[in-house]
Ligand binder design. Structure first.
Ligand SMILES: Nc1ncnc2c1ncn2[C@@H]1O[C@H](COP(=O)(O)OP(=O)(O)OP(=O)(O)O)[C@@H](O)[C@H]1O
Length: 309
């Protein structure tokens, strides 16, 4: 039932944009696709949708190659958008729904439902080009959803949205996923990806370098602990646990907070005991490395622009 991206390779002339990209998005799962500019996200998504051919590899859905008829069930939000600027919002959505085989009345109902849901019902009679960019994006999401797709592939759907629209978009994606739809979207807003996605894939220079839940991506990194010991003298961390490293330090008149990265095999309790020995301890606990930092770590070793084939 899953959407399987298997070994995609794609070159543009001598530029190898994708080099064996593989990952799976399960039904009911929101998959966040992240990577630096030029890493290969759009190329992967366009191949998934079938608007671009891969040199090698395959996209499968429910175990079979995603062919032309199955692609009718994909809801796609392209990066370059692609609405007709001078067509009216409502007419355009009905037209797109009908292209996907819906009857006139079902298409109209779906258009009405989604424009209301995305907060643009009062703009149905306006030309798309008269809407603000954020509202055009809401129309674009309606266009991806209006034919009740069974797969959703969205290229940077959150870029340029106001916070209310981000919330609406997030809720809609979660609902679709809960209805069993595999949802894949790309984004540079990593806090949002961390909050919303069940699993995340990081692509660098055309290769998947990490796939998993954010918690899974965290494992393997050294454990970190946060401790607030206002009376602690300089150097207490390194003295308490040789090899321990302070990765963040914040001092105010009545607190001294440090995030400590411990060497493998050492326990946070050692830091706690040492902190207590220095005086009062106001805060102590594990620190969850944010996705932003995992991402920086994963992509830092090379530039993300695709390499020559
Ligand atoms: N039509 C094209 N012709 C030539 N090169 C291309 C073409 N489309 C993309 N590329 C190159 O392929 C690589 C991957 O581009 P892609 O658009 O997939 O990256 P991306 O991860 O979506 O980037 P961004 O985050 O900037 O949108 C880049 O080096 C890009 O310059």
């Amino acid at each position: 039932m899953a959407l399987e991206i298997d070994g995609l390779t794609k070159s543009y002339g001598t530029l190898r944009a994708l080099d064996g990209v593989s990952f799976t998005v399960r039904p009911g799962e929101i998959f966040g696709f992240v990577g630096s500019n030029g890493a290969g996200k759009t190329t992967t998504m366009r191949i998934t949708l079938g608007v671009l051919d891969a040199d090698a590899g395959q996209v499968r859905w429910r175990g079979a190659p995603l062919d032309l008829s199955a692609r009718r069930h994909v809801g796609y939000m392209p990066e370059e958008r692609g609405l007709y600027p001078s067509m009216k919002v409502g007419e355009q959505l009905v037209y797109l729904a009908r292209l996907h085989g819906m009857s006139a009345s079902a298409a109209t109902q779906a258009m009405e439902r989604w424009t209301a849901r995305l907060g643009i019902a009062e703009r149905r009679a306006d030309e798309v080009q008269k809407l603000s960019l954020g509202n055009q994006q809401r129309v674009q999401l309606c266009a991806a959803l209006v034919h009740e797709p069974q797969i959703l592939v969205l290229d940077e759907p959150f870029s340029g949205l106001d916070p209310v629209a981000v919330d609406v978009m997030s809720t809609v994606l979660r609902e679709r996923a809960d209805a069993g739809v595999p949802v894949i979207f790309s984004s540079h807003q990593l806090e949002l990806v961390e909050r919303l996605c069940d699993r995340v894939g990081i692509i660098r220079a055309g290769q998947m370098v990490a796939v998993g839940t954010v918690d899974e991506l965290r494992t393997g990194g050294a454990p970190r602990w946060r401790v607030d010991a206002p009376a602690a003298p300089p150097g207490w961390v390194e003295t308490a646990v040789p090899g321990a490293r302070i990765v963040r330090r914040l001092q105010t008149p009545d607190s001294l907070v440090v995030d400590v990265e411990l060497p493998e095999g050492r326990d946070g309790q050692e830091i706690l005991q040492a902190a207590i020995a220095t005086g009062p301890v106001r805060e102590f606990g594990p620190v969850r490395t944010p996705l932003t930092e995992l991402f920086r770590h994963v992509v830092s070793t090379t530039t993300s622009e695709a390499r020559s084939a």
